[in-house]
Design a protein around this ligand. Structure first.
Ligand SMILES: Cc1cc2nc3c(=O)[nH]c(=O)nc-3n(C[C@H](O)[C@H](O)[C@H](O)COP(=O)(O)OP(=O)(O)OC[C@H]3O[C@@H](n4cnc5c(N)ncnc54)[C@H](O)[C@@H]3O)c2cc1C
Length: 736
């Protein structure tokens, strides 16, 4: 171990957080199965995967034998089987979202292409897992499970095929070009279907034995859309297509396939019924991909998280050793021991990278855990409703609307008898999951990608070479793919702009503000105070925008107005990440003392992570303030621009002459006015030309929030100082 400055303060960070710490923060300290999984995946990531990257395996987009060998490593280490139940050849019972998130984290710590390659197999199986018939599930899961030592078989690999050549499916998943027709339907026999589908950018396509493909009916005897399973041995064309000339994720195989195949109707995922001579698939492709992506997107978000946290150690090592060995740096001198860490900016920027990594891990793993809780509740909910004869359509929507109403009443303390009600529990958690999933995909990959650039820049020229320790340059580029596939940022923002306005979510969000206020009372050093005020400001702004109109009288909060809804979704992500980060810290503070190996270094670690929370909450509050202010003020027309320039920026004594021209402007500029209406011709006007509703409330909230930033700079200074003292291993544990 090396430490730049050997004397240590008692309450400072001693070493980088190890497994013991992560297990508590991410809540798997009591899951021995997951701890073993992490070790096993790490062995593959920092072994064969890292060696392949170091040997230049990423320099081609072709699927090479070396890359193919990773599949076997995935099988042997248990990575492939994570997704399966024990009865299907897996080893984890129950929900597997956290397990998959941890797997993605460990692989992406070294190379996210390897993570994607392994997870694409799960993605291919997901439609079958989420909505397949029991027979379909057993058939494909057991074939994809790695062979047991006594078995002589090669496991099947799958690919998920939704995206199509332009102009069809991309962001707009409803624009299907893939078609399905009834090819043969003999009396009393299973219909045969003819499937025509072309894919674009399909992962695992170089070797997949089967594909789960989204198609639309081109035949009056088949209704709507569906997903079908296509096998490589089906009669017809199973053309893997040309490899995608990617710049990123080179350890996964991506191609543009072409399929023209005849398959039995039993391949329709979820099955079908026959009504009046028409095949009616049980699930549309939209219903299936919604159920799939809401889980798999979380693991993608976690990949970028891993990159950020993996960057800390190489950057510290690089900075410390940057000037060592020069003639002017003698051992023991600050220049020799600290190198570039003597410069405040480099440690400050690394604190920002680290704080982002922690916050995105907290958000991502919380999302994964929420889905682990939700999975059994979802099954129970379906069983209860089925028992009442409700299986889908408008009856289901009506029933769930009532459950939502009950849940809001329960949250308001009006219906305590509902505390054990499964449907209410489901509705509460579902509304949170509907926000956390897109938030984690959007923020972890988008903001994470931006912060990866910071990490790369901290390595100077080294950062953008193949030799950069920790492969940071590759990781920066890779982050952009994580922001893109399984729905780019626009998709996540669009989803959030709907789910974040759900009353059930907002009722819980109000409780979270109260929760943060209480935390701020006991632990002001976490930044919970700034966060609570920022959350309040976000909620105020949402309410305001939902009612307000712009200077031309058009509604502000509406689907087509992405300039309003999207930034507000971005702001929410910052807040959610900061909240999860603080809650994880409190968990560590509570549970850490129970672990004897942690006890000694715990106060320093908690103090450091608390400073990171503070730094991140301050950024989150700043971002929220900027976004909300732009939205609240940006859609008004300024009363003075047509006359004398920007009156609101005038000093108070300069405002009085303006007042004569525009009555009310002085009060407006000082922030006391609620509404001034003016048409810019120096005459008060009745119409909605200028409308600053609730301005006073907002500016007071904003001023209060700025005050809440107190101490965040000091927290950053302390965290930066800790970076100059923390011990790191002598060398990275995977090759450069
Ligand atoms: C390496 C790689 C692997 C992939 N693996 C798979 C796979 O295994 N299976 C699969 O099915 N797909 C896969 N994809 C496809 C990927 O999911 C799509 O590229 C992605 O969903 C975006 O679709 P698109 O590229 O057609 O973007 P487009 O639809 O062309 O969108 C381009 C951009 O336009 C903007 N935009 C588009 N629509 C809107 C809107 N409504 N509102 C606001 N802005 C909008 C956004 O900024 C968006 O990023 C992969 C892609 C790559 C690069």
């Amino acid at each position: 171990m090396s430490s730049a400055v050997t004397e240590s303060k008692s309450d400072t960070l001693r070493a980088l957080p190890g497994d013991d710490v992560r297990q508590i923060l991410w809540r798997f300290a009591d899951r021995y199965d997951l701890q073993m999984l992490v070790q096993s995946v790490r062995g593959v990531a920092r072994g064969p995967v890292a060696r392949l990257v170091a040997q230049g395996g990423r320099n081609t987009h072709e699927w090479t034998p070396d890359k193919n060998a990773l599949l076997q490593a995935f099988d042997e280490s248990g990575i492939t089987a994570v997704f399966m139940n024990p009865s299907q050849g897996g080893f984890i019972d129950g929900p597997k979202n956290l397990a998959l998130a941890l797997t993605a984290f460990e692989l992406a710590w070294v190379d996210a292409g390897a993570a994607t390659g392994s997870l694409a197999g799960c993605l291919a199986l997901s439609p079958i897992h989420e909505r397949g018939t029991p027979q379909q599930r057993d058939y494909y899961m057991s074939r994809c499970a790695p062979a047991q030592p006594c078995e002589e078989r090669k496991p099947w690999r799958g690919a998920f095929c939704l995206t199509e050549p332009i102009p069809y499916v991309g962001v707009e998943t409803g624009m299907l070009g893939g078609k399905v027709r009834v090819a043969e339907w003999n009396e009393g026999q299973e219909p045969l279907l003819q499937v025509e589908k072309r894919g674009r950018f399909i992962t695992n396509m170089g070797f997949a034995n089967f594909v789960t493909a989204a198609v639309e009916s081109d035949d009056p005897r088949l209704k709507g859309t569906c997903m079908v399973v296509l096998e490589a041995t089906d009669p017809g064309i199973f053309d893997r297509g040309t490899p995608t000339r990617k710049l990123v994720h080179q350890l996964s195989s991506t191609r543009d396939p072409i399929f023209s195949l005849r398959v039995p109707a039993s391949r329709i995922i979820g099955g079908y019924s026959v009504k009046d001579g028409v095949i009616v698939p049980r699930y549309s492709h939209g219903e299936i991909i919604e159920a799939v992506f809401r889980r798999t997107r979380v693991t993608v978000g976690i990949m970028t998280t891993a990159k950020l946290l993996s960057a800390i150690e190489p950057v510290i090592r690089y900075h410390r050793s940057r000037f060592r060995g020069g003639s002017i740096a003698t051992p023991g001198s600050p220049r020799y021991e600290l190198g570039l860490q003597l410069k405040q900016d480099v440690v400050h920027r690394l604190v920002d990278v680290w704080a982002t990594g922690e916050a995105s891990a907290s958000l991502g793993f919380e999302a994964a855990r929420v889905f682990d809780q939700l999975d059994p509740l979802e099954k129970q909910k379906a069983a209860i409703l089925e028992g009442r004869g409700i299986t889908g359509g408008s009856a289901l929507m009506k029933a769930m609307r009532q459950v939502s109403k009950d849940a809001v009443e329960f949250l308001h303390g009006k219906r305590p008898e509902l505390s054990g009600d499964v449907l209410v529990q489901y509705a509460l958690l579902d509304s949170v999951a509907n926000v956390l999933c897109p938030a984690c995909k959007l923020w972890n990959t988008g903001q994470g990608g931006r912060m990866m650039r910071e990490a790369v820049s901290l390595m100077g020229g080294y950062g953008i070479t193949e030799d950069c320790p920790g492969f940071l340059g590759h990781k920066w580029m890779d982050a952009q793919l994580e922001a893109t596939y399984e729905g780019p940022e626009a998709v996540q923002r669009r989803q959030l702009s709907v789910t974040m306005t759900d009353e059930l979510f907002l009722a819980q969000f109000r409780n979270w503000i109260r929760e943060m206020r209480l935390i701020a009372n006991d632990r002001p050093g976490t930044g919970a105070c700034a966060l609570a005020t920022a959350m309040q400001m976000w909620l105020w702004t949402l309410n305001h925008l939902q009612k307000a109109t712009d200077a031309d009288g058009s509604k502000l909060y509406q689907g087509s107005r992405q300039g309003v809804t999207f930034p507000l979704a971005d702001a929410l992500c910052w807040l959610l990440a900061a909240r999860c980060q603080i809650l994880d810290l409190l968990e560590l503070e509570r549970k850490g003392p129970e672990n004897p190996t942690l006890a000694e270094g715990l106060p320093g670690l908690v103090a450091f992570l608390s400073d990171l929370c503070h730094v991140h909450s301050a950024h989150a509050a700043g971002e929220t303030g900027r976004i909300c202010a732009e939205l609240v003020f940006g859609y008004n027309r300024h009363p003075a621009w047509d006359t004398e320039g920007c009156a609101a920026c005038y000093q108070a004594d300069e405002l009085e002459p303006m007042e004569a021209l525009i009555p009310g402007i002085a009060a407006l500029a000082r922030g006391y006015a609620d509404v001034i209406e003016h048409d810019g011709s120096h005459e008060p006007k009745a119409g909605p030309c200028v409308r600053f509703t609730g301005l006073d409330q907002f500016t007071r909230l904003r001023a209060r929030m700025d005050g809440c930033l107190t101490g965040s700079g000091l927290a950053k200074d302390r965290a930066a100082e800790a970076l100059t003292r923390v011990m790191i291993p002598e060398a990275l544990d995977y090759p450069a």
